[in-house]
Ligand binder design. Sequence first.
Ligand code: PLP
Ligand code: ZN
Length: 407
Amino acid sequence: MYSTLTHLECTSCGTIHAANTLQTVCTNCGKVLYARYDLAAARATMTKEALAQRPFTLWRYHEVLPVGDPALVFTLGEGGTPLLPVPRFGEAIGLPRLLAKDEGGNPTGSFKARGMAVAIARAKELGARAVATPSAGNAASAMAAYAARAGLPAYVFMPQDAPTIMQAECVAYGAHVYLVDGLINDAGKIVRENSAERGWFDVSTLKEPYRAEGKKTMGYELAEQLGWTLPDAIIYPTGGGTGIVGMWKAFAEMEEMGLIGPKRPKMICVQSIGCAPIVEAFNRGERHAPLFANAQTLAPGIRVPVAIGDYLILDALRESGGTALTVTDDEILAATREVAASDGLYASPEAAATFVAARKLAASGFLGGDERVIVFDTGAGLKHTELIALDLPILDPHSPAVGAQIA
Ligand SMILES: *Cc1c(COP(=O)(O)O)cnc(C)c1O
Ligand SMILES: [Zn+2]
C-alpha cells in the first residue's frame, strides 16, 4: 500500500471524518483535523532498512503520507535537506553541537514546499478544481509551483509588502496574484469568503489536514539523519505552527511504529517581539492565543497574528519541556549577516531568529553546552535581498589608486 491513510480525526473534540473526500476543519467544532494511518501496516514496509534504499525526498515516507496514487506525486524534489553543523557560530555561543536543518534548498526556497507538495497532490487526488491560499509569501510561491505542476489554477492573496521575489515567483508560475492591504489574516478572510462560491479549495495553514503531513516529514528526516535518535532541543520560527505541530505528530507516529523511543526534544518557539501571540500565551499559561494587535516584523513568515493551531503548538511546547521567546528585528538582521559570514549559511530572517534564540537560551542556561540543538533554517536568504543594505564602491580600474582602494 502506497499510503496507509485511514481517516481524519479532530484534534479538539475527536470527531472522526472521512479521508476520501475534501475536508477542511472539523465539521463539529471548527478545529484542526489530523490525518490518521494504519501504523501497524505502515511499519511492516517502512522499516529502517527499506528507507535506507529509497531516494532522499519526503516521499520516502509515503506510507505515512496521504497520497494514495503514486502517479499523483508531482515532485519538484522537495525534502531530503541537509542537517549541517554550524561550528563557528555554535562555538561562539557555547553550543558546539549546534546543527541547522537547512530547508532553503527546497523547491521555491523554503520548507513551505513540503506542505504544498503533499496538500496539492492530495487535493488533486480528491477532485479539487482550483486551489487558493492567503500567504505571507513563501506559502504562495510554493502553492503556485505545485499547482502549476498538478495543472490546477492557483489563487494567492498576499500582503502588499510581501517580498517582491515571492510575488514574482507566483506570477511566473501563472498564479492569479492579489495583493491585500493588510496581513495574512486579512488575506485569509478574503479566501474564506470566496472559496465556496468560486470553487477554490482553501489550503490555508492547518485549515486542511495535509500541509501538516508534508511538514511532519522534517521530523522523520531529523530522526533518520541522527541515526534514529532525536536531538535535545529544536528551535523553530513559529508562524502558523504547521512545522512544529507536524514534527510533534511525527514523533508520536515514529514511536508507535517502533522507529524511536519515548525521548522527545524540548520544542522551542521563537517569534518576533512585534508579533508574538504564541510567546505571550505561553508566558500567561494559556492554551489559546488571541489576535496580536498591530503585528509588525520584517520576517514575513512569522508575521502571523493569529493561529488556528495555537493549542497544538502550546501543548507541544509544554509537553516537551520547551519554551517560547521573542527576538527583535535588529537582532534578526545582525544574525543574518553574522551566520552567513561565520558559517556560510545565508538564512531567511525567520531562520535567523532561531540563531538569535539559540544564543539567548545558551546564555540563560536553558540550553547546555553538551546538548544537541537543532535550529530550523526554514528558508533561503536569497529570497530577501531587501534586508541587506548595499552601498558598495565601484572601482575605477584606470585609477592609479586602485591598489589602495582594494586594500
Ligand atoms: C511560513 C514560514 C515560517 C513559519 O512556519 P509555520 O510552520 O507556519 O509556523 C517560518 N519560516 C519561513 C521561511 C516561512 O516561510
Ligand atoms: Zn472537533
